[in-house]
Design a protein around this ligand. Sequence first.
Ligand code: GLY
Length: 416
Amino acid sequence: MNVLVIGSGGREHAIVHKMKQDGIKKIYCAPGNAGIEELAACVPIKSDDVRGLVDFALEKKIYLTIVGPELSLQAGIVDAFTERGLTIFGPTRQAAMLETSKSFAKKLLKKYGIPTPQFEVFDTSADAIDYAGTISYPAVIKADGIAAGKGVIIAEDSSQAIAAIKDIMDNRVFGDAGKVVLIEEFMEGAESSYFVLSNERGFLPLGSARDYKRLRDHDDGPNTGGMGSISPSDKLTPELEEKVVKKIVYPLMEALEKEGIVYRGVLYAGLMIVDDEPYVLEFNARFGDPETQALLPRVEGEMVGILTDSAKGRMFSDRLSLRQDVSVCVVMASKGYPASPQTDNVIEGLKDAIGKDIFIFHAGTRNEKGIIKTAGGRVLGVTALGESMKAAREKAYRAIGSIVFEGSQFRSDIGL
Ligand code: GLY
């Protein structure tokens, strides 16, 4: 059996690592990174080069392709693979609109009474600006499309809201993602991520995680792609998890069925918990990064069969069980990240960091004649499992202590 994983980040390294644990003989990754290279054959095809990826999968007779990034989904990779009879884990372009169009997702939630903050949708900046003058603050301004995690702005007053609307809609700082804007009620509470595997036959709960979006300790500094994660989420008690399944996942599955949308793949709900009630902030149509780096090391047993069931629209043949241990993933980022990351610095000490239940997932790295160098903003996701958060944290931060590259930055409060 052979598997192709699409993407080049820490999430994809965690997926490749899991496939290796599952005993997959031949793993390919497009395009991969220096860490993935140790486990898989990396091929230099970009994640959104749909045609190149289809041709490659056909040539290598790939049994299962697993999609990492949302850009590949938006480019229609699942539709293209399916047309050619290839098995691929992920939603079609239409189903992925749960992530790629926030207005589509929010209207669906509203129609089916699934809890989510109040919102309005605008397709002209003039209308959005008029509305911004009538609401209370803080309020949330969101670009409709995908904007590398940067398209959500919390406005403290109407002048900030208007500036955000102009940036998104008139100046198109996020390109076409800003054709439409949502203005949403601000909710204060505890954020968590919840993952299920899905297809038209049902769903399989995968578990929870929490990511740390800001650059610096105590949620200070600019937003990033994620500076760390923990799994399970400390904010999602088993009772709350039951509520999430009952009030969000089941109704969503019914809504998708009624709308005639077949959703195969992983569905990741970004939740806000307020007064012990979960609300959907957003959906993502793929595994989270860096949540996956914390979540997947907890999965016991084989995963490839379950992913194949989801991709083929079969009844899930197995359940997923997770280790009781908690997991902590601390991201090491380059100097200057997120604004202007410095790259090409040598990374030392990777081998010294390895230990039992410690996983060094690479993101922005490259191998230059055997020397591992930084090649992006987020460089490594140093993950450790432990019986308690304290134990997992100690292991992760001990591993980080061995790894050196110029200007590295990481938060010291992941899991605290
Ligand atoms: N951790 C946020 C994301 O994957 O979008």
